[in-house]
Design a protein around this ligand. Sequence first.
Ligand code: MN3
Length: 337
Amino acid sequence: MKKSKQLLFALTLILFSFHPSFGQSPYSLPPLPYAFNALEPYIDAETMQIHHGKHHQAYVTNLNKALQNSETASISLEDLLKQISKYPEAVRNNAGGHYNHSLFWRILTPGGNTQLSERFKRALDQQFGGIDSLKMRMNEAALKRFGSGWVWLSIGKNNQLFISSTPNQDNPYMDVVEEKGLPILGIDVWEHAYYLKYQNKRGDYLSAIWNVINWNEVSSQYEKNVPKGKFDDWPALLAFHKVMSQTFHPSEEGKLEPLKQRSHELAEKAKALQTNPIPPAFNRSEIIETIKQLSKDSKKLDQLVKNGQSDAVLTKALNDLHDVFHRIVGLCKDEDH
Ligand code: MN3
């Protein structure tokens, strides 16, 4: 009996050793997606080689070492960062270093590119006044960062973008930082990122690095992580639509009674649309302007009904209002492009 128990134990050990995670380090260095010299003249080959092969490799090695004998092996790096306050300093620094650099290599590309999605471009225009002003503000934050750290563009609350800066290898994913979010662009401002070529001139490095930013990747991270707007998220628009369709469709068959009874309600719903908060996905100037128009025209139509205008006049005004409504719907649908 005792022997068979021993045998079972040995067998379990052998089987366990075939498990993919057995004896393996959970984290590994991702290959650089381009050659070491591919970012020249902006970032030199030697810097890239040391930065990737030595610094990043060291974060990975030390992270695996720090997590040895802990039960964290199966947790994703993102989940680890979200509860980093529970771990020792060594895990914080090395997990951050691994995550930050993995992102950094991806958001750089030889020669750079500028392919922004419509939605991402609009978000940058609205929230920062365009891409050039975003770069300027990130550079300012990078110059102000004392010692080593990072500057980030992240998706935060209500899917709004924000710029922030963190010391050491911290990042906006960590539960220890003040401004939390999902980073989609990160600039490494440790001296090891630029010292060989730019010495202590961080400003020169910062002006150069924008030539090799992979905006296509940044933009696709935005697209992947910011949900497109849906009408379901906009109750005031749904409420207006309901009354509009219940008055407009009968009018197409010459029946104006529903409009005559509900023109006041229609004007009220349009006013509510104007005064209630607009979901972030739709909160842009063309839509706001068109809602103003809708509210004004609804009020006018209600006045026409009260003044006892002819059916022909009311039908025309209702048709016009219906067109304005569909302009809003069309503008909202641009979101799907
Ligand atoms: Mn670095």
